[in-house]
Ligand binder design. Sequence first.
Ligand SMILES: Cc1ncc(COP(=O)(O)O)c(C=O)c1O
Length: 443
Amino acid sequence: MLRLRLSPTGASGGTGAPVVASGGPAPRGKDATNGTSGFDPRRVKADFPIFATPRPKPLIYLDSAATSQKPQVVLDAMSRYYTTCNANIHRGVYGIAEEATALYEDARRRFAAFVNASPREIVFTRNSTEALNLVARAWGGWALRAGDAILLTPMEHHSNLVPWHMLAAEKQLELRFIPLTDSGELDLEALPKRLADGRVKLVSFVHVSNVLGTVNPVTEIARVAKQHGATVVVDASQSAAHMKLDVRALGADFVACTSHKMLGPTGIGVLWGRRELLEAMPPFLGGGEMIRTVSLTESTWNELPWKFEAGTMCIAEAVGLAAAVNYLESLGMEHVFAHDRALAATCMARLAEVPGVRLLGPPADRRGGVVAFTVAGVHPHDVATVLDRDGVCVRAGHHCAMPLHEHLGVPASVRASFHCYSLPEDVDTLVTGLHQVTKLFAR
Ligand SMILES: Cc1ncc(COP(=O)(O)O)c(C=O)c1O
């Protein structure tokens, strides 16, 4: 079986070669600047063909926390893979199979370099939900015993609650929660108390809340959790797409990411795990590729990371993800984050002018590019439906965070979320639309 060598350190990403970047964007550096902030979202937006698609009203896409739009380079990379070297990976000894394998493993190295990890610790999954389920089933099933406790937060997406509910019911585990402050942040003063009896074996929490926008202090929480002997899982679904993520510096043991929020395709996510844990825990799914040997009655496992990649994997999607990561890096993650936050701040200031709007979550300087709110007397679905008439796409509902909405005392909310292609004018259109909403429903 052909195996491409993975860089042992991975920090430099092995070749890290942006194989999929040919025909991609030139590194933007100063070219993309507007001369002040170092970043020009108008030029960025032109790289996303969906915005040039003719439609009755221009698309004002404010739902990037649900999924991001894709730049042309990602679409091209995937199309190039399918048109030039589509073949199954790791199996064929013929030319295009080797090319496909090289692209897939290069994508792993590329992602590893992006988050400062070793490629051996980068496991491709379907999405971050599957990455979190992998940890719950494979690590949790192996490491946790009846009477152990898991510490979570009330601001988790269902993807970081339900897998633990399932495991807790199966293994008689206790679920604990770090309380929230009134501003929608974690009350870290309560953390040592939650950990004091030594029964918490796992602390799992979101880096950036998909509703409140809260940016949680991962390194601080991880440090305290480790002092109490707990393993740490971080749901980076909303952060990896918007800010520089260094998984080693976070101090966690597992980090889950999802490509489709990172300008990449759907159908691929990433679990980063500490090598010693990935080595020690059993596989998640069984089948082809994840084995070393199989007899009629038993099997042995492949080495990392393939031990956790059963069956034919998401090859084109890995190619697309690598192109997305190249693109994000060409923009500069620090510019992307600063841009998203600035728009969130503008949005919050402008929404405060709209009668009946209640903003959820902390002040702008302590959040990412997510702004959720309610409009007094108007159901979020009605708000979103009226905004849609002007081409404005916002999310309405519980955003897969029902416990958080219950805590906030609202059944649902409206959410505007930003990415590198979002513009201040998008906020203007949103605010104008909201004034119309309030007039319409005041009648
Ligand atoms: C914070 C958070 N965690 C997990 C997920 C799940 O991502 P996916 O559906 O790609 O698995 C999301 C998606 O909205 C999210 O916002």
